[in-house]
Design a protein. Structure first.
Length: 244
């Protein structure tokens, strides 16, 4: 198991941007990657940013080389897709190509989304990839915000060594989370709204970041349950006591 808490925000007195990346499980037939971060926005605003990948997805991890070609339909059976430009030497009338990165299985606005698909090089392999994304309200040093958690479970037959591909997927997903945090703003930066700190990768110890503590045991247990049951546990509603 490899665990690394990263991302220091320059210009904020050394405060750590609350984000983490972790390969939580590995075997010969698959792996589980979990990335999480906290942003200075409501779940509604975090959701709206997440479903607009053209604004934060790293173009280096696209097939066309342009994040502007990405689109996301956040409804059941909707597509996280990419439009491929028409080649310059293509005959007249040639339509653009396209790529399906992920397909939506479950969408509950501002709270959770579940998608399926093989990202990047996993497209060529006989694997199933399931990504669950949750948006949970939290209180941080700078005020109220949202904890965004991505969990990507991959299993099946592939021609890659698990150690190699799991680490690569972990790094790529982590890179995308950085882009989303940059767009929305890290939770601690709320007090300095208006500035745009540079996120610099730098390993730190979990004990140095008390504002954000991932809970793999609880998240992992919830992942094996139905979507609704897992979410109800994560977002417990306050039960009002009957008045006498």
């Amino acid at each position: 198991m490899r665990k690394l808490l990263i991302f220091m925000a320059a210009g904020f007195s050394g405060l750590a941007v609350p984000a983490s990346a972790e390969v939580v499980q590995k075997s010969d037939t698959g792996f589980v990657v979990r990335v999480a971060g906290e942003v200075a926005a409501s779940p509604a605003d975090a959701w709206k940013a997440f479903v607009t990948p053209s604004q934060w997805w790293n173009p280096a991890h696209t097939f066309s080389g342009e994040a502007a070609n990405l689109s996301f339909d956040p409804t059941a059976n909707g597509c996280f897709c990419e439009k491929m430009p028409v080649p310059k030497d293509a005959p007249s009338g040639q339509k653009p190509g396209s790529v399906m990165h992920l397909r939506v299985l479950y969408a509950e606005p501002y709270r959770a989304m579940r998608l399926t698909g093989g990202l990047g090089p996993l497209q060529s392999e006989a694997v199933v990839g399931t990504m669950t994304v949750t948006f949970k309200p939290v209180d941080g040093p700078g005020g109220k915000g949202t904890r965004i958690l991505w969990e990507y479970v991959v299993g099946g037959y592939m021609r890659y060594k698990t150690d190699t591909i799991a680490g690569a997927v972990d790094k790529v997903l982590n890179d995308q989370l950085v882009g989303l945090i940059k767009l929305v703003g890290p939770l601690q930066s709320m007090a300095a709204k208006g500035s745009a700190p540079e996120l610099v990768a730098e390993p730190i110890l979990p004990a140095e970041d008390p504002a954000f503590t991932p809970d793999p045991a609880n998240d992992e247990a919830a992942a094996g349950e139905s979507v609704k049951a897992a979410l109800d546990k994560m977002f417990k509603k306050k039960v009002e006591k009957p008045r006498r």
